[in-house]
Design a protein. Structure first.
Length: 116
């Protein structure tokens, strides 16, 4: 969450808010440590950092980890990353289709690279 101070339509300050909740602080520390991590959360953090900036990326990653943790505690299921792999594969296919459509509009044809 961002604490924004606006006066007369001009933004005076824009900072992430202070937290006293121990669970939130622990999640933020975990999210902050993902900048070089290999895996879904590391990739998510880097994607958000490129899009939003570091402070908001930490908050977004903290929120995602918190929601997953809540779901695991609520349903008492074990944590698996297979859902994320499916989502990543779906996103890759969507990106490929988008590139194919853009290439077709420009008069090009994309030929997949063969393995080897």
């Amino acid at each position: 969450m961002q604490a924004k101070r606006v006066s007369g339509g001009k933004m005076l300050s824009c900072k992430t808010r202070k937290m006293k909740n121990r669970a939130a602080i622990a999640l933020r520390l975990g999210a902050n440590s993902l900048c070089r991590a290999k895996g879904y959360f590391g990739e998510f953090f880097r994607r958000m950092r490129a899009k939003l900036g570091t402070a908001q990326a930490i908050t977004a990653t903290e929120h995602k980890i918190g929601r997953i943790l809540y779901h695991v505690l609520l349903t008492k299921e074990s944590y698996t990353e297979t859902v994320f792999h499916r989502c990543d594969e779906h996103a890759r296919r969507r990106a490929e289709m988008r590139l194919r459509k853009q290439a077709a509009l420009l008069g090009f044809q994309i030929i997949p690279k063969t393995a080897g």
